[in-house]
Design a protein around this ligand. Structure first.
Ligand SMILES: O=C(O)CCC(=O)C(=O)O
Length: 265
């Protein structure tokens, strides 16, 4: 299976509309890949809080339209990263969209863990509540977004729901790049899955982005890693390695569930 992660540069000075056109063209160039992955909130930038409201779109808004067409033009599964979604009832969500090669929406995932503590996304966006997996011909994707990467219980639940390839679009800042790389590897090792983590490049809202999109195999080995700038990271991987890794090193079978009470002697 061939995946292409498009690590988009999100810099000030480019309009959302022009970036949308640029990204659609980049997706079209990936014809021949099975899966294309884009980062989190690439229309605005994940830290451009003041634009979340003004650039929010209904689910089937301009980014949905452009990405559905790009997916079908390229004939690829497209994880189109996330958009600031305005729900018809008013709240905003950080919502990822996955399209099939015919351009149909296969899944939408509203980010569960919002970043910012008492600022930014954590106060401007509402939290999603639903786990989302997507069946592709050769693997099952489990969806998570950026800050979600810090919460292993979400990924374990995705694995329990059948996920074999964890896809994590992000707008991760350069300051915590070491966490990004380590956490991507940790999620792959503990869940014995592939991890496809796609970040942004550039600087927006005075926050330099980490880039360094990464693909990790179920043994925790890094199959490919991008640099800091805009880049298309393409990797070929065998989804069957999830089953063989789990057979050969069956640590998931040794889980002890429901450890809640302290054990006292
Ligand atoms: O957890 C982090 O360090 C970064 C998270 C983040 O930037 C986000 O979720 O948008």
């Amino acid at each position: 299976m061939r995946a292409s992660l498009i690590q988009i540069a999100v810099d000030e000075g480019e309009s959302v509309e022009s970036r949308r056109r640029r990204v659609a063209a980049l997706v079209r160039e990936q014809a021949g890949a099975d899966l294309v992955v884009l980062p989190e909130l690439w229309t605005t930038g994940a830290f451009a809080f003041e634009e979340f409201g003004s650039e929010a779109e209904p689910l089937e808004g301009p980014t949905y339209e452009a990405m559905a067409k790009a997916a079908s033009d390229a004939g690829v599964w497209l994880h189109a990263g996330s958009i600031p979604e305005r729900d018809p009832d008013g709240p905003l969500y950080n919502t990822s969209l996955v399209f099939s090669p015919s351009g149909d929406l296969a899944a939408a995932y509203r980010k569960i863990h919002r970043f910012g503590f008492d600022k930014g996304e954590a106060v401007l966006m509402s939290a999603g509540e639903d786990l989302v997996t997507v069946r592709l011909p050769d693997t099952t994707l489990g969806l998570a977004t950026c800050y979600d990467l810090r919460f292993p219980e979400l990924f374990r639940s995705l694995v329990d729901a059948g996920a074999e390839t964890l896809v994590v679009p992000a707008g991760w800042p350069e300051r915590r790049r070491a966490h990004w790389t380590l956490l991507a590897q940790a999620r792959a090792i503990e869940n014995q899955t592939f991890v496809l983590a796609c970040g942004t490049a550039g600087t927006h809202a005075r926050v330099p982005q980490a880039g360094h999109s990464i693909v990790v195999d179920p043994w925790g080995e890094v199959l490919a890693e991008a640099g800091a700038d805009q880049e298309v990271l393409t990797v070929d991987f065998d989804p069957g390695r999830v089953a063989t890794t789990r057979e050969q090193f069956p640590a998931l079978k040794d889980r002890v569930l429901g450890i809640t009470t302290p054990h006292r002697r």
